[in-house]
Each structure stands twice: as C-alpha cells, then as structure tokens.
Design a protein around this ligand. Structure first.
Ligand code: HEC
Ligand code: HEC
Ligand code: HEC
Ligand code: HEC
Ligand code: HEC
Length: 184
C-alpha cells in the first residue's frame, strides 16, 4: 500500500501534486504571517499622522506612559474636547462614530495592537524615565494612520535591548536579564 503511494508520488504527475501541496502550505504560512503584521480593523480610522502633524504630543493622548505601566488610549471625551470645536467634525464620515459615541456615552472599542502576554511585566514609566523614546519601540508614528506593530514584542527583543543598555555595568546586566525582572 505505502509502496504504491510512494511509486505514484515519484512519477511526474505525483511530483507535481507534491509541489502543489507544498506551495499551498507555504502560501498559508505566508498569509498567516502577513495577517499578524496587518493593522486590525478599528472602530474609527484614527489618523496618527494628522494629529502629530498638528503638534499634539504623544503624552497628551497617552499620559500613562510617563506615569505607570500602561500608556492608555484617550477617552472619547478627550477627543471631543477638541473635535467639538472643529468644523470638519460635523461633516466628516470618519468622525461619525466619534459623534455617536459621545451622544450615546458608549466607549469606543479600540482593538489593541501593542501587547505582551499577561505573564510579562512591562512598565512604560521605567523605560521613559531611562530616556527611551516612543519611536524606539513603536516605530515612527508620524507616518501611520491606524497604529500597527513595527515588531514582535518577544523575549529576545526585550533582552537584546536590555543587554545593550547594561553595557559594561555587571550589576545592571544581572538585574535586566533576571527572569524575575519580567516574570513574577
Ligand atoms: C490625538 C491623540 C493621539 C496622539 C497625539 C497620539 N496617539 Fe497614539 N493612539 C491614539 C488612539 C485613539 C489610539 C487607538 C487607535 C489605534 O490603535 O490606531 C492610539 C494607539 C496608539 C498605539 C497602539 C496602542 C494599542 O495597542 O492599541 C501606539 C503604540 C501609539 N498610539 C503610540 C503613539 C505615539 C508614539 C504617539 C506620538 C508620536 C502617539 N501615539 C500620539 C491617540 C493618539
Ligand atoms: C488637540 C486636538 C485634537 C484631539 C484631542 C483629537 N483630535 Fe482628531 N483632529 C484634530 C485636528 C486639528 C484634525 C484635522 C482636522 C482637519 O483636517 O480640518 C483632526 C482630524 C481627525 C480625523 C480625520 C477627519 C477627516 O475627515 O479627515 C479623525 C478621524 C480624528 N481626528 C479622530 C480623533 C479621535 C478619535 C480622537 C480621540 C482619540 C481625536 N481625533 C482627538 C484635532 C484633535
Ligand atoms: C521600551 C519599549 C517601549 C517604549 C520606549 C514605549 N513603549 Fe509603548 N509599549 C511597549 C510595550 C512592550 C507595550 C505592550 C505593553 C503591554 O501589553 O502591557 C506597549 C504598549 C503601548 C500602548 C498600548 C497599551 C497601553 O499601554 O495602554 C500605547 C498607547 C503605547 N505603548 C504608547 C507609548 C508611548 C506614547 C510611548 C512614549 C512616551 C511609548 N509607548 C514608549 C513598549 C514601549
Ligand atoms: C529599546 C530598549 C528596551 C527594550 C526594547 C525593552 N527595554 Fe526594558 N528597560 C530598558 C532600559 C534602558 C531599562 C532601565 C534600565 C535602568 O534601570 O536604568 C529597562 C528596564 C526594564 C525593567 C525594570 C523596571 C524597573 O522597575 O526598574 C523591566 C521590568 C523591563 N525593562 C521590562 C521590559 C520588557 C518586558 C520588555 C519587552 C516587552 C522590555 N523591557 C523591552 C530598555 C529596553
Ligand atoms: C526583559 C524581559 C524578560 C526577561 C528578563 C525574561 N523574559 Fe521570558 N518572556 C518575556 C516576554 C516579552 C515573553 C513573551 C514572548 C512572546 O509573546 O513571544 C516571554 C516569554 C517567556 C516564556 C513563554 C515562552 C513562550 O514562547 O511563550 C517563558 C517560559 C519565559 N519567558 C521564561 C523566562 C525565563 C526562564 C527567564 C530567565 C532566564 C526569562 N523568561 C527572562 C520577557 C522576558
């Protein structure tokens, strides 16, 4: 039985079938990778580049980054404080969901893109205090519309920068690469 299948597989038609099967598998894997790199569908196509170009600081909308573990996403009230004074808000289709959220009082359900698993302790404050820029980890947001992750936040990525940051300081190296620093 197996011998017959094998004999069929190594004849030209069989080889073509094997080729097609491998190609299908490869495309599936490539698509999976592509899908994780695409920005998710957001409730509002929030344009980072437009807001940053107006001179609005990252920390105005994400103040938690300087104060604690998470940066936070602005509430619709914060958006509205500005947008109720902008004429375009009344006519823009892109802003219709914001108007609706403010009127109904329902929160906007943003889909997170920059996340690490629950068993990893990440704290923005320590990094911002150590002089790390947002761009170092999130890429150049002045060029993006809907936020996307420029890189995978895996353990190697964290450790790489920690080892580099410690330089020759042994004590720092031990602390920044200790399992208990990021997992507890
Ligand atoms: C006017 C407010 C505003 C400003 C200014 C702003 N952001 Fe945002 N940011 C948002 C909103 C709203 C979202 C959620 C929508 C999205 O993910 O695209 C977001 C999402 C993000 C995310 C993805 C978070 C996640 O996981 O959902 C990152 C990273 C981010 N911003 C970084 C920055 C950086 C860096 C700057 C400055 C260069 C900046 N932002 C400036 C409002 C702002
Ligand atoms: C500090 C002021 C300010 C804040 C806060 C702010 N925006 Fe804006 N937003 C602007 C300005 C200015 C424009 C550009 C308006 C124009 O093109 O005339 C804009 C444009 C937009 C647009 C594009 C509209 C279009 O039709 O091109 C969207 C969508 C938007 N903002 C959503 C939001 C959301 C959602 C929030 C809250 C997370 C927010 N904005 C917070 C000032 C602000
Ligand atoms: C050292 C790398 C690093 C730096 C620097 C950094 N971030 Fe982050 N950021 C992360 C990681 C990792 C996460 C995922 C955290 C999580 O899931 O708990 C994240 C998540 C976020 C989020 C979404 C979730 C949240 O925390 O509310 C926003 C928004 C954000 N960062 C904005 C900023 C801004 C603005 C700055 C600059 C003031 C900044 N980040 C600096 C690594 C960084
Ligand atoms: C771009 C560089 C960089 C990246 C990427 C980075 N870190 Fe850090 N991290 C630092 C620096 C710098 C410090 C502060 C070192 C010091 O104490 O001076 C730090 C400190 C820390 C601390 C100690 C905080 C404290 O309270 O002292 C933790 C925990 C941490 N990082 C977790 C992470 C995790 C988890 C990731 C990946 C998701 C990560 N870091 C990615 C540069 C980085
Ligand atoms: C600088 C921060 C940092 C340090 C130090 C660190 N880890 Fe991690 N670890 C992470 C992050 C971030 C992830 C999430 C990886 C992902 O989602 O791909 C992770 C994931 C893991 C996982 C799950 C593996 C997986 O693929 O899901 C294990 C197990 C783990 N770490 C063990 C350790 C051990 C053991 C040490 C000490 C030798 C250690 N970690 C030190 C940041 C760190």
């Amino acid at each position: 039985m197996f011998k017959r299948i094998f004999e069929w597989l190594i004849q030209p038609l069989g080889l073509i079938a094997v080729g097609i099967a491998l190609l299908a598998l490869f495309s599936l894997a490539a698509y999976g990778l592509y899908a994780t790199q695409q920005p998710p569908e957001q409730p509002i196509q929030f344009p980072h580049q437009t807001h940053i170009a107006f001179g609005i600081q990252c920390l105005y909308c994400h103040p938690g980054a300087a104060k604690g573990p998470s940066a936070g996403i602005p509430s619709s009230a914060k958006c509205w404080a500005c947008h109720n004074q902008i004429a375009k808000t009344q006519t823009s289709a892109l802003l219709a969901p914001l108007k609706q959220a403010v009127e109904s009082g329902a929160p906007i359900e943003w889909v997170p893109v920059a996340i690490v698993p629950d068993f990893v302790q990440f704290n923005h404050r320590a990094h911002v205090a150590a002089g790390q820029n947002c761009e170092n980890c999130h890429g150049d947001m002045t060029k993006v519309t809907v936020a996307q992750n420029p890189q995978v936040f895996n353990m190697g990525w964290c450790l790489n920068c920690h080892v580099k940051s410690a330089d020759d300081d042994q004590e720092k190296l031990v602390k920044l690469s200790d399992c208990g620093t990021c997992h507890y």
